[in-house]
Structures are given as C-alpha cells and as structure tokens.
Design a protein around this ligand. Sequence first.
Ligand SMILES: NC(=O)C1=CN([C@@H]2O[C@H](COP(=O)(O)OP(=O)(O)OC[C@H]3O[C@@H](n4cnc5c(N)ncnc54)[C@H](O)[C@@H]3O)[C@@H](O)[C@H]2O)C=CC1
Ligand SMILES: O=C(CO)COP(=O)(O)O
Length: 323
Amino acid sequence: MKAGVIGAGAWGTALAQTLSSQGEDVCLWALEPEVVEAVNRDHLNPLYLPGIPLNSSVRATGDMADMADRDLLLIVSPAQHLRGVVAGLPAGVPLILCSKGIEAGTTLLMSEVAQQAQPGSPIAVLSGPTFAHEVAKGLPTAITLACGDAELGSRIAARIARPAFRPYLSDDIVGAEIGGAVKNVLAIACGVAEGAGLGLNARASLISRGFAEMTRFGLARGARAETLSGLSGLGDLVLTCSSTNSRNFSLGKGLGEGRPASELLANRRTVAEGAFTAPVLREAARAAMVEMPVVEAVCALLEDAAPLGQVIDALLARPLRPE
Ligand SMILES: NC(=O)C1=CN([C@@H]2O[C@H](COP(=O)(O)OP(=O)(O)OC[C@H]3O[C@@H](n4cnc5c(N)ncnc54)[C@H](O)[C@@H]3O)[C@@H](O)[C@H]2O)C=CC1
Ligand SMILES: O=C(CO)COP(=O)(O)O
C-alpha cells in the first residue's frame, strides 16, 4: 500500500504521520525544498508542524513524478492551489480531498475542481474537526469520509482508520465540503467576537445563527441536513469557533482587536482559508438567493469596508424574525 500526500503544511504532515503509523508506505510532496530536507534528514517539519517528531518511514519529495507509483493520493494543498496541484498528478488514482474552501472565480467546490482537473480519477472528501497537531500526536479524532462510491469509500475508510483516528463514512460529498468551507468563515466571526470582547453569549449566537446560514446554503447546493449537523459541519464549526489554535479564529480575533485585515494577512506562511472563502461564499450565496448576514459581515471586515462597531451594530439591528 503506497499512499502519496500532496502538500506538507500542518495537515498534510499530520496525515502522513498518521497513515505511516501502521505500515503504509507514505511519500509526502512538499513545495519547499527546506521542508523536504528537514523531513528526510531530521524527521521534523519545523516550518509547518514544529515540535512533532515524525516517523522515519515518512519520506518527503519535491518531485511530483515520485507520485507515479502511488495507489492513493491525499490532496492537502490550500484550496486555491488545488486545481493546479491535481492537474499535475497521475490520472486514474483515487483522490482524497482534504482542503477546505471554494475556488475563487468559479465558486466550485474542491470535488468539482478536481473532477475538471482529473476527469478520470475517483474522488473522496476527508473533512471534520481535526486540528493537525492533535492528530499528529495521536489524540482521539473522528472525521467524515465522503465518497459517492460506497465500496471505494469503505475500502478507503478501512485503510486510513487508526486506533485513535476514526473515519465515519458518508455518501454526501457536497455536504462534507460545504461544512468545511463555511465553518472557516464563521470561525473568523467568532474570533472577532473574542477580540472585540463581545462575550460568550455572542459567540454561541454566532455559532448557532452561523450554522443556520451554513444549512441554508448547503441545502441550496444539494447537501443533506444530517451531513451539515455531523462531524464535517457542526463538529468542525464548534472546534474552530472556540480556540485560538484555529488560524481562522485567530485572524478574526485580530480583526476584533481593531487590526487591519491587510496587516493580518500580509506575509503569512500558514493559510487562513476563511479569508479566501468569504468573498467567494458571499458571491455563491447571493447567486443562490441565500441570506448569509454573518458571512457578509466577515467580508465587510476583511475588505475594510466599514468600521467594526458599524458592522456589529448592523448585525444586531437586523429585523426580528422567527428562529
Ligand atoms: N491545519 C489543520 O489543522 C487543518 C487544515 N485543513 C486544510 O488543509 C489545507 C492545507 O492546510 P495546512 O496543511 O494547515 O496548511 P499550512 O497553513 O500549514 O501550510 C500552508 C501550505 O500551503 C502550501 N502552499 C503555499 N503556496 C503554495 C502553492 N503555490 N502551491 C501549492 N501549495 C502551496 C505550503 O507548501 C504549505 O503546505 C487547507 O485547506 C486547510 O483548511 C484541514 C483540516 C485541518
Ligand atoms: O480545519 C481545521 C480544523 O478542523 C483547522 O482550522 P484552521 O484552519 O482555522 O486552523
């Protein structure tokens, strides 16, 4: 069994570590030569997953040609790079998409992008409440594995499951993807509430009303409600909206403290996907006639379109309505 992991950020490295823990031959593709060197020489990824010793069986490469002999590929690039990355892969190999986002310019989900870039490759989506450093340490984690082909999904689930890493199978790819993409934007909103000192009631309201937005949008795009209330939707929303371990929550916290988005986003090495997803989600929601006021508010702050106080006041002044 030879798996390839494409993308050696925190999540790709954690997945490579988990997979390699039970005899899977794992080859990890990294963009940065210094990551390739550090993984192969020191069994560390100090750039993206500092302080976690990696299994010596995780081998890194900077050459996509090394993926030619892999029979399973996990795609863990930032969402906006997924199209380019997938286009360079060998054809016909099952792809597990682990990136969370919606493509700018097309408003396509990652599975739709991958289908365009590699039309012959079977696709599954892996998404859920999974902080990379916890998974890499072997802490207990449950995650959704969505696949339209039940037999392939079962085989992949059995192959990637580990004693403390439990995939739950679903056939709702769209639902799994929408939960993961939307929760990142809502985590920015919850971070804003934290940074601006709005209190825990405000955070709970944002999680709950944000989940209503996620559900409205998901249903409009063909997701199933039970997927959105599962690990890849509500589960990941709760995780990401409650901890500064989340890059999206931390970004929001900075915005809530009054720091400009341009400063918070400049020169960062790690990805806060919600910042890229927010305007694309707004565009897709407007096109589908779905109201997403929390998402609209996050966009206004990211675009520096209105002062923080005004954005908060506008949300609070919305007409009263039934829950
Ligand atoms: N970190 C986490 O706990 C989790 C992350 N994810 C998702 O996984 C995806 C990757 O995130 P992380 O591993 O956290 O990334 P990261 O923030 O740790 O690292 C950034 C990654 O982007 C890559 N990158 C930068 N420019 C690129 C380019 N031009 N082409 C291809 N790759 C490029 C870097 O090589 C690096 O792998 C994101 O969509 C994220 O939402 C999903 C679950 C958990
Ligand atoms: O997706 C994640 C956890 O499931 C990671 O969240 P952040 O990208 O906000 O750090």
